[in-house]
Every structure is written in C-alpha cells, then in structure tokens.
Ligand binder design. Structure first.
Ligand code: PXL
Length: 287
C-alpha cells in the first residue's frame, strides 16, 4: 500500500443538513483514497437553499490561524481546494492559502449562484474578487451561471453552439487557469453536457449528461470533489470529468427515483459504492 496519502486542504463551509460542501466533499475524497483536511469557513445549521433562517457561525478569523499553524508544522498539501465563501475577507485568506502552497494543485470552485441567479450571501464585490481567486487557480469548476458572472456577462438560458461554448471556455482560461470545466451546459444540438478545456494540449472536451427535471443542492460540490479526487489519483481531464459526471448522474437519478424532498440533497450514502468503481469511463468526446 502506498503510504503517501495525498492531503487536500478543503476550504468550504460545514452545513449540518442538506448534503453539500464539507459533508459531501470529505467522504468523497476519503473514498477515493485522498485525505480531506477540512478548513471550515463557516458552520451552518443547513445550507441556504430553502430551509429558511439558518443558524450561522462565521469562521473567517479561523482561516489565517489554521494556515499559520500548518506553516509552523511545516505541513505540506498536495492540493488546496476552495468552494463556498462567506465574505471578501475569506477570499483574501484563500489567496494566502494558495500562495503559501505554490506547488499544490489549486482547485477553485467559484460557488456564487445557480439557475441564472447569485446566492443571496454573495455580494457584487465578492463576485469581482472571485475573479482574482480564479486567476491563481489551476482548475476551476463553475456552473454556467458562475461562468457568466466570472466573464461579466448576462446569463442567458439559450442553448450554446459548440463555438460559443469553446469561446466561453477559452475566455475563462485567459483569466488564469489551465483547466476549465463548466457544468450544466445546454448545447444547441439538444444535449446537456459538462464541458472542459485543457490549455496545455489545446483540447476541448464534452461529457453528455442525461437530463433529469429536478435540481438538488450540493451536486456542484460533489462534482468538484470527485474531479479533484480523480486528478489527484492520476486521471486526465476528460476522464476526471467523465468520472465526476457519471457519479453525479448516478446520485441524481437514484435520488429522483425516490421522489424525496430536494432540499435534503442527493442520497449520497446510497450511491457511495459507485465511487469504488475504478473502471475508466469512456463517455467523453472532443467538443
Ligand atoms: O452547494 C453550494 C452551497 C454550499 N454551501 C452553502 C450553500 C450552498 C448552496 O446553496 O448554501 C452554505
């Protein structure tokens, strides 16, 4: 057995109920053989998507203290991975984390909104500062709403032509990251897909997904966590995208079949064994 388990500093919130952020990221990374070291940005009773007024404990001041402690210990991380952030100051602290570990894979999931709308906790200034965080990332995983926010464009629900989709990926890559994945893209040929760009090889990738007429919180976090685990265990970009897409699709379809209250997220516990499937997915093609 390889004793060198890769270590990820996961800078996300901890929402007790609703299966998102650290409550899904941590078990997913563990199941993939990667150690998740949570750096919680806030503690919430539930996520902010539909449970009313939440109990919220801000942990902004904890972030630099944790970073300082890790520096004192001389601890190394293979990856720094940030997600849902609660304030501009947290963006600054994340920048410090990324800059302190220049050799670590820098994954930024620019969690800001969905379905054309920014989350109510995300201020206009935070949207601007998120571009700064993205500029130092190796990999970013926006959904289509977040991609439009990062590019300063209006979200448009119209299906994208292949050339428009490629242009969006290329323009995001010009902001810094060498690998871009945009989730939940409706393409003009009538399919839903997750699309990606690998600047090093100048390849654009497409992973078609089944459309399910329902949406669950936390699926973006699950996608990004599987993608991160996949990179750290050696997958190429299209294989990592296909693995993450396959798992999210499996989770969504399973959950949808039970007709559960969507606010509680996908039935992660029921589908975890699918993460142990080490066969190389083939459901990708060039965009
Ligand atoms: O899954 C994104 C997410 C993460 N964390 C919190 C959220 C949400 C989405 O609503 O509210 C607290």
């Amino acid at each position: 057995m390889n004793q060198e388990t890769k270590r990820v500093a996961a800078i996300h919130d901890l929402s007790g109920v609703g299966r998102c952020s650290l409550t899904v990221i941590s078990p997913i990374l563990s199941a993939m053989g990667v150690q998740c070291c949570p750096v919680p940005t806030a503690i919430l009773s539930t996520h902010t998507g539909g449970f009313g007024e939440v109990a919220f404990e801000d942990l902004t001041d904890f972030l630099p203290q944790a970073l300082e402690h890790y520096a004192r210990l001389g601890l190394d991380f293979s990856c720094i991975y940030s997600g849902f952030l609660g304030s501009e100051a947290q963006i600054d602290h994340c920048l410090d984390f990324f800059k302190s570990y220049p050799n670590a894979l820098a994954v930024v999931d620019p969690v800001m909104g969905d379905h054309g709308k920014a989350y109510r906790t995300v201020t206009p200034e935070m949207r601007r500062r998120m571009v700064e965080l993205v500029s130092i990332a190796d990999v970013i995983t926006p959904n289509l709403t977040e991609a439009a926010i990062l590019l300063g464009e209006n979200y448009d629900n119209m299906p994208l032509t292949r050339s428009a989709a490629k242009s969006m990926l290329a323009r995001l890559s010009e902001k810094g990251p060498g690998k871009i994945v945009i989730t939940g893209v409706s393409l003009a040929e009538g399919i839903m897909a997750n699309i990606g760009y690998d600047r090093e090889n100048n390849y654009y990738w497409c992973v078609p997904c089944d459309y399910v007429p329902v949406s669950y919180p936390g699926t973006g976090d699950i996608f990004a966590a599987v993608l991160t685990g996949a990179f750290l265990t050696g997958d190429s970009l299209p294989i990592a995208m296909a693995r993450a897409s396959r798992f999210v699709e499996h989770a969504i379809k399973t959950t949808f079949s039970y007709g559960t209250d969507t606010r509680f997220g996908v039935m992660l516990e029921a589908v975890m064994p699918a993460l142990m499937d080490k066969t190389v997915p083939q459901n990708y093609h060039l965009l």
